[in-house]
Write a protein that binds this ligand. Structure first.
Ligand code: KG4
Ligand code: ZN
Length: 355
């Protein structure tokens, strides 16, 4: 089954065509027009600017899929269904993708799936080659088995979710303030590393000493599965403000980044392991933009091997960790298989749609 995916929930305009077969999803074509440069000068995403950029980019991206290689024809022939992110996200941004998808579904008479963006991040774990193998990813080759505990870490969300089967979720815990990615972005801002901050902090951390500064590990011993990152970010702010070093001092910046990263990752790993143990998870899945972080990928893997040796670990291929349309199409495939379609005349974006 071939699915056209459309993603415009935040600051990336993305389209993709994937082919789903059984439990495997293979990407035929995936294209992203990033707005990073546009928003960088504001230090964050400006919703009205983002929506306008989606409108300007989406037609050209879709036209790019209309080649013999990618199989999308002018009349929509070549695909079986359309999947679009319907929330959560910026409402004006979501509206662009949803309206385009509704129009195409209606004009081409194709089934339409409204996909939850977080479900998309989860289904990035199901993307592999035709044999289900993931490049640089992990896990799919042995299959993802349920129940699974999913750690979703993105710019807007930090959640631990119990996934009992395809499309079925129970929220175990979430951040009470900042999301993990948001904390990375704010630390980058404090240190003058620019936007988006995650990749910059992670890069600088690679040159630093993760034990240089003892930052707090908020809520690491609380019995629930909630998180809090605002206090950790404030500790970084105070440490930088009180420092005798003047920014830019690259050794100091690297040590702050490495120590912050270690503190944040330790909390994420500890809570994930405890949730997986409590719920007897057969698989632990990592999902969302912060799943690109190499310390998190590695440390979570090590902790699972050491403490839950029979639990399987799945993480997405690096290129599908941050926002893209292939993951939306992949999630759309699993819903289309069950014929969970939306009415093209009625699908509405929902800014705060819970998983
Ligand atoms: O999932 P995503 O692309 O967008 C949302 O749905 O929010 O996640 C973006 C977030 C940003 O906060 C970004 O700084 C963070 O993911 N991020 C990282 C890394 N790459 C992206 N955080 C830490 N380390 C990284 N390597
Ligand atoms: Zn995202």
């Amino acid at each position: 089954m071939k699915i056209l995916g459309i993603e415009t929930s935040c600051d990336e305009t993305a389209v993709a065509i994937v082919e789903g077969r059984g439990e495997n999803v293979r990407v035929i074509r995936d294209a992203v027009a990033s707005q990073i440069k546009i928003h960088a000068k504001y230090g964050g995403v400006v919703p009205e600017v983002a929506a306008r950029a989606h409108v300007e980019k989406i037609d050209a991206l879709l036209r790019g899929l209309r080649t013999a290689d990618y199989g999308l024809r002018r009349d929509g022939k070549g695909i079986d269904a359309i999947a679009v992110t319907a929330g959560p996200g910026l409402i004006t941004s979501l509206r662009v993708g949803v309206d385009v998808a509704r129009t195409l579904a209606w004009a081409w008479d194709k089934p339409l799936v409204g996909v939850n963006h977080l479900e998309g991040h989860i289904y990035a774990n199901f993307i592999g080659d035709e044999n289900g193998k993931k490049r640089g990813g992990k896990g799919k080759e042995k299959g993802i088995r349920f129940p699974a505990v999913v750690l979703i870490v993105s710019g807007g969300h930090t959640e631990l979710v119990l996934m009992t089967r395809h499309g079925k979720y129970r929220l175990l815990g979430a951040t009470r303030d900042d999301a993990a990615g948001e904390a990375f972005d704010k630390v980058a801002k404090i240190l003058g590393l620019g936007y988006p901050g995650g990749p910059a902090v992670s890069k600088a951390a690679g040159r630093g000493n993760p034990d240089a500064i003892a930052f707090p590990r908020p809520m690491i011993n609380s019995p629930d599965f909630d998180f809090s990152f605002a206090g950790l970010k404030t500790s970084v702010l105070y440490r930088v403000r009180d420092s005798k070093f003047h920014i830019p001092n690259s050794k100091f910046i690297a040590d702050v980044c490495a120590s912050f990263e270690k503190a944040a990752v330790e909390v994420l790993v500890e809570k994930t392991i405890r949730a997986a143990a409590k719920h007897k998870a057969k698989t632990v899945l990592l999902a969302g933009g912060v799943a690109a972080n190499s310390r998190l990928r590695k440390d979570l893997g090590r902790a699972i091997s050491a403490r839950l040796p029979t639990t399987h670990y799945s993480l997405p291929t690096l290129e599908y960790t941050t926002d893209n349309a292939a993951m939306i199409a992949a999630a759309g495939y699993f819903r289309a298989r069950k014929r969970q379609f939306a009415d093209p005349l009625k699908l509405e974006p929902r800014a705060d749609w819970q998983l």
